[in-house]
Design a protein. Structure first.
Length: 180
């Protein structure tokens, strides 16, 4: 019996899942069929994940990496930016000069209160919009304040981060350099 719309033979798995004598579906599958279906699902999931990663422009992808931060033009700490479920995050990988790796953020609030600055996730939840990362928050471990933020790359080795309260005009932009 042919497949109604295209003249191809009906897939065997479809014939076995339907019991025409009883007029009802037969949902029992043996182990090999289960493995086959699971494999197909995993391949489809991997393809979707790859497609989502490929949707990011080069400018958006440039924001991912290890960065040297600056304070008043002098090297400060270092931050690693990374992606989680299509969102940009950043954590402190080296504290600024004058701090020790054991220093804590005593001015921070919420779940960051009294947490070590080294390893702290200071950038959270930025999502892509055009060629910029927007809608996330940034915590300044020096004063413990949380700001809304916007991140964009300028070439391959320069990253700009604007932290602001309310509207972007009321904020400050920091420039970061990619670490080798």
């Amino acid at each position: 019996m042919g497949w109604p719309s295209c003249g191809l033979a009906a897939p065997k798995i479809a014939l076995r899942l339907y019991n025409p004598r009883k007029g009802e579906p037969n949902l029992k599958m043996n182990g090999l069929k289960r493995l086959f279906v699971l494999t197909l699902c995993l391949i489809a999931l991997a393809a979707v994940g790859t497609a989502l990663a490929q949707q990011l422009s080069q400018k958006l992808q440039n924001a991912v990496g290890r960065w040297q931060t600056f304070n008043d033009g002098k090297p400060a700490g270092q931050v690693e930016t990374y992606l989680v479920n299509g969102q940009l995050f950043g954590r402190v990988t080296q504290v600024r000069p004058g701090r020790t790796p054991q220093d804590i953020c005593d001015k921070c609030s919420g779940d960051l209160k009294n947490k070590m600055i080294l390893g702290m996730v200071i950038m959270r939840g930025f999502h892509p919009e055009g060629d910029d990362w927007v809608g996330g928050t940034v915590v300044d471990p020096e004063n413990g304040k949380e700001y809304q933020g916007k991140v964009w790359s300028e070439g391959k080795d320069d990253l700009s981060m604007r932290g602001f309260i309310g509207i972007s005009l009321l904020g400050r932009t920091a420039k970061w350099k990619r670490m080798p």
